[in-house]
Design a protein around this ligand. Structure first.
Ligand code: SF4
Length: 191
C-alpha cells in the first residue's frame, strides 16, 4: 500500500470511496486494513485430501483441509467435473458435520407423554429399537395374500433414510430391511 492509499484506507468508508474515485464502493475502497490482514484458514493446511460430499447422490467434489491431523475446513473442489468447485448449502456446511459443537453425541429419548428428553445409553436405545421392530413385525406379518400368493412382508414398518447416509450405508440398510420383510424403504435425498 502506498502512503496515499494508506491515508485513504484509514478514512471513513465513504471517504475512502471518494478518495479513490470508487463511487459505488465495489472496488478495493470497500476493504479495510483489517480485511487486508485476513487470510483463509485453508492457507496453513498440512495437506488437502480430495473427497466427495456425503449428503446426496449428486456427488459434488470436495477438498478436505487437514492440519495437525484435524480437519480445519471443507471446500468445493474446482477440479470436479460435476460441481466445478460449487457446493449447495448442505455441502458447504459439511465441515460442521464433523466438527459442530452443537452436535448431540449421546442418545436422547422422550417417552410417551413425556415432556422432556432423557439421556439413555446407546445399548439401551438399540435394544428398545430391536424390541419394537420385532414386536411390530410379528404383529403385522403378511405371509400370503387372499389368493394364497406369498407376500412375506410387513407394511407396518417403513424406513426413511437421511441425506448423510453414504452409498455403503444405504446398501446395508436396504439389505437389512429387505431381509426383515420391510418393503417401504425410501430416502429423502432424491435430487
Ligand atoms: S448435498 Fe449439495 S453439495 Fe452435497 S453432493 Fe448434493 S448437491 Fe452436491
Amino acid at each position: 500500500m502506498d502512503g496515499e492509499t494508506n491515508n485513504a484506507a484509514g478514512l471513513w468508508p465513504v471517504l475512502r470511496q471518494l478518495a479513490k474515485g470508487d463511487i459505488l464502493g465495489l472496488g478495493d475502497s470497500a476493504a479495510s486494513p483489517r480485511t487486508g490482514s485476513l487470510e483463509a484458514r485453508t492457507t496453513h493446511a498440512d495437506k488437502v485430501v480430495a473427497s466427495v460430499c456425503p449428503y446426496c447422490a449428486v456427488g459434488c467434489g470436495q477438498l478436505v483441509y487437514v492440519k495437525d491431523k484435524k480437519i480445519i475446513d471443507i471446500e468445493g473442489d474446482p477440479r470436479s467435473p460435476l460441481s466445478h468447485g460449487c457446493l449447495c448449502p448442505k455441502g458447504a456446511a459439511t465441515f460442521q458435520l464433523v466438527t459442530g459443537s452443537h452436535r448431540v453425541s449421546h442418545v436422547l429419548y422422550r417417552r410417551p407423554y413425556g415432556t422432556k428428553w432423557e439421556t439413555i445409553p446407546l445399548e439401551t436405545a438399540m435394544d428398545m429399537v430391536a424390541d419394537r421392530v420385532k414386536k411390530t413385525r410379528d404383529a403385522n406379518w403378511e405371509d400370503k395374500d387372499k389368493k394364497g400368493n406369498p407376500l412375506r412382508r410387513t407394511m407396518a414398518i417403513a424406513h426413511l433414510g437421511g441425506a448423510t447416509l453414504d452409498n455403503e450405508e444405504n446398501y446395508l440398510i436396504k439389505k437389512l430391511f429387505t431381509s426383515l420383510g420391510i418393503v417401504q424403504i425410501e430416502n429423502q435425498a432424491r435430487i
